[in-house]
Design a protein around this ligand. Sequence first.
Ligand code: NAG
Ligand code: NAG
Ligand code: NAG
Length: 428
Amino acid sequence: MKIRANEILHHVQLTSSSLKRILLIPIFLFLILIPLSFIKNSDHQSLPSPSSSSEMGKTSDLKRTSNEMMRGCDVFSGKWVPNPRGPYYNDRTCHSIIDQQNCIKSGRPDREYLKWRWTPDECELPLFNAALFMKLVRGKSMAFVGDSVARNQMESLLCLLSRVSHPEDISLKLTADTRYFRRYFYAKYNFTLTVLWAPYLVTTRDAESTVHSYNSLMNLHLDEPDKAWANEMKNFHYVIFSAGHWFFRPTMYYEKGHIVGCTSCNMNNVTDLTSYYGYKMAFRTVFRALLNLEGYKGVTILRTFSPSHFENGLWNTGGSCPRTRPFKEGEVKLEWYAQEMYLSQVVEFRAAQREARRKGLRFWLMDITEPMLMRPDGHPSKYGRSRDQNMTVNDCVHWCLPGPVDTWNEFLLYIMRVDSLRSSSSML
Ligand SMILES: *[C@@H]1O[C@H](CO)[C@@H](O)[C@H](O)[C@H]1NC(C)=O
Ligand SMILES: *[C@@H]1O[C@H](CO)[C@@H](O)[C@H](O)[C@H]1NC(C)=O
Ligand SMILES: *[C@@H]1O[C@H](CO)[C@@H](O)[C@H](O)[C@H]1NC(C)=O
């Protein structure tokens, strides 16, 4: 049985101390430590405009960006700057936006949240270029693995790609469970885009099989990758993993088939191991499985923890996220629990990435936590809708489409380009 991610939403408190000090443990983004670029190029005008046709962009721009990419740059450190051009699409140009994330259709009146662009401190984050994306994925397949926030990013990608191509929905041909597993095929490019539902990434079973609600106990087998993705990995060239708010639910942890502890289980005879323990171990299991999977050559991407922004209450006690513009620098800091989640997954990722490098596998970090922490204005808030029932919910977890989540796909394309440049240069 499935439960919705927005049943387990959590609460972010706002404080005034600096975010950067906490988040910016020295994280050098990419695999190879190449001296950072000293070249700052602020020539935004010459990038292809989101409203222009789907041409590939000027060769000189691509070349310049390629040079920056080869040098290495932390595109995840930066700031949101006003972008009067606004979003790439709307619900008239992209028909696949689901009601839960279609904030304008749901009555959200303000528009300022659509007019910001992420600008790295050190270099350029190119605009999303659908034609270039398609060039990189031709004849390939991509999977988003995770919960409904992973699906949120996939749906943003569908909209961004709708400028050049519309896929066939092949979900029904390949799975009976089309609510949670979706597959799209772009025939012109022989490209398959998939979302695989695995909110915990590892094997789960309801502990109380008859009772099921947002706070019923789940059993997590922390050392068993969820078959929903693990059985399929050989078919994919790009896999984007993520997980998040489900880990705050009451959970019993198993390893080697035995209880090792729990979180929020209210049992005196079981050790409380915290949500971060489960989160950390789940990622360890994912990365181990990939590193040991025979024949796996995919590009592995970890999309880091996506913060929620409830204020004045929890998701179920009237909390909402009514802000209409990004936080300013220093106005917010990551709450301790989110920081723990973030740090534990990044530590696991770094260890796995070192091993991946030895094995010739490509692991990349999509470090969205800090950029998204600054965007309390990007959620549906009271214009959110329940997936299962005809009712509104205060949703400060998912992201409006269009909205700041589109930036994740700018990051994705950036990573794919760096990966492609580095792997072709290492073959020379
Ligand atoms: C389409 O892509 C798949 C891999 O995703 C490949 O096996 C197949 O040969 C491709 N088909 C054509 C016609 O290129
Ligand atoms: C803990 O105690 C409960 C009831 O007191 C019992 O049902 C459960 O099996 C015990 N769990 C363990 C791991 O010993
Ligand atoms: C949803 O609820 C609203 C108001 O309660 C009602 O007007 C509308 O017809 C309902 N829609 C569906 C699809 O049931």
